[in-house]
Write a protein that binds this ligand. Structure first.
Ligand code: FAD
Length: 376
């Protein structure tokens, strides 16, 4: 297996790493503290081609391969988990899906501004009673004269605070679960959308998550893809999204490892840096090894996506391994820093909170294990 990046991949990765260091990192603590959506950072990211990364140049995207995109998300995730997660939603769950399933008219209207960063996208699948059981959609889309009436409640919609376009999943054939769900492109200013702020959240603060109540009229030309095939589209988008969340988690885990190594080299106890003690070395060695193993799974899943093949198994394995390795790295970093990490406002304290969502969103770790087992 060739693990060398092409000169173009290296140059893109380095430019994103510079952006992460110079622009994203200095804002990370404030985004976490305020919980405000980082509009300024997202606009700057758009300038670097980080929205619509894999969207073809014909539709205004950067036309990059999936591995380049994943490396970019990892670099941003190392600086700010929130910014990386927000980019994943617009890129993988919205822009890629519009390119994959949209008509040319829909691509022209929505994909171009998404790829230019003029629009933020949101993906509304989860409901109060449709979490892991996402096929249990209670939001309905009932046929009217020239379209549908969409009614129901969506929860935990990331980017919803700022999104201009929302992909909403709804049952067009109640009782048929995943075989009767359709996807709709709903502009966020459509009359009949009621937004409610979520309560405070543990991590990835500033992701703009909201609960949304819909009672809206949509036209036929807002249907994304074929009627009743929306659940398959959601699962298609999540294949890419899970590769990207694996990358985001790896970025968080790597940042935690960096903090642990730096602290271990400078903190002295018993007259020597704690990096001299085997107990500390082993925590760092194990965390680094698990992160790198998960990174290989993420690379593999991205490569399968780049070959244009289904990556259901590889994406779930990558997300499962990366989110758990990153959680472990943040936990061990907390142990290495001890009280210096436990203090509110320390970098490790933020990483420790941020990393946890990667085992929940885009399917919990239990859901990934179910998918992996089913595919075996
Ligand atoms: C920060 C954040 C952002 C999010 N962003 C979005 C978004 O943009 N769009 C969106 O649609 N959703 C979003 N979500 C929702 C997310 O996808 C769901 O939280 C997730 O799918 C889990 O659903 P749930 O929370 O209802 O948990 P539940 O489904 O209630 O699960 C509870 C527990 O039971 C386990 N469980 C459930 N069923 C089984 C089973 N059959 N076997 C074994 N264990 C099982 C789960 O793994 C979990 O441990 C977001 C969530 C968070 C936290």
């Amino acid at each position: 297996m060739n693990l060398d990046l092409s000169p173009e991949q290296v140059s893109f990765k380095e430019s994103v790493e510079r952006f992460a260091r110079d622009v994203v990192s200095p804002r990370a603590a404030a985004i976490d503290a305020s919980g405000e959506f980082p509009t300024d950072v997202m606009q700057a990211a758009a300038g670097l081609g980080l929205l619509g990364v894999t969207v073809s140049t014909a539709w205004g995207g950067s036309g990059r391969d999936y591995l380049s995109y994943a490396l970019a998300i990892e670099a941003i995730g190392r600086a700010s988990a929130t910014v990386a997660a927000s980019l994943v939603v617009t890129n993988s769950l919205v822009a890629e899906l519009v390119e994959h399933a949209g008509t040319d008219e829909q691509r022209d209207r929505w994909l171009r501004p998404l790829a230019r960063g003029e629009l933020i996208g949101a993906f509304a699948l989860s409901e109060p009673n449709a979490g892991t059981d996402a096929a249990n959609q209670q939001t309905t889309a009932v046929r009217t004269g020239d379209g549908y009436r969409l009614a129901g409640r969506k929860v935990w919609v990331a980017n919803a605070e700022e999104a201009g376009i929302i992909i909403v999943f709804a049952s067009t054939q109640p009782g048929r679960r995943g075989e009767g769900v359709s996807a709709f492109l709903v502009p966020s200013n459509t009359p009949g959308i009621r937004r409610s702020a979520l309560g405070d959240s543990l991590g990835v603060r500033g992701l703009g998550c909201m609960d949304l109540d819909f009672n809206v009229a949509v036209r036929d030309d807002q249907l994304l893809g074929t009627r009743d095939e929306g659940f398959g589209l959601a699962m298609w988008a999540l294949q890419g999204g899970r590769v990207a969340i694996a990358a985001q988690a790896l970025g968080i885990g790597q940042a935690a490892l960096d903090e642990a190594i730096a602290h271990a080299k400078t903190r002295e106890q018993f007259g020597r840096p704690i990096a001299n003690y085997e107990a500390i070395q082993w925590m760092i060695a194990d965390a680094a090894t698990a992160l790198d193993a998960a990174r290989m799974l993420m690379w593999k899943a991205a490569t399968v996506k780049d070959r244009g093949e289904p990556s259901v198994l590889e994406s779930s394995m990558a997300k499962l391994a990366a989110s758990e390795a990153a959680h472990n790295a943040a936990d061990k970093a907390m142990q290495v820093l001890a009280s210096a990490g436990y203090r509110r406002g320390s970098v490790v304290e933020r990483l420790f909170r941020d990393v946890r969502a990667a085992e929940i969103y885009q399917g919990t770790s239990e859901a990934q294990r179910m998918i992996i087992a089913k595919n075996l």
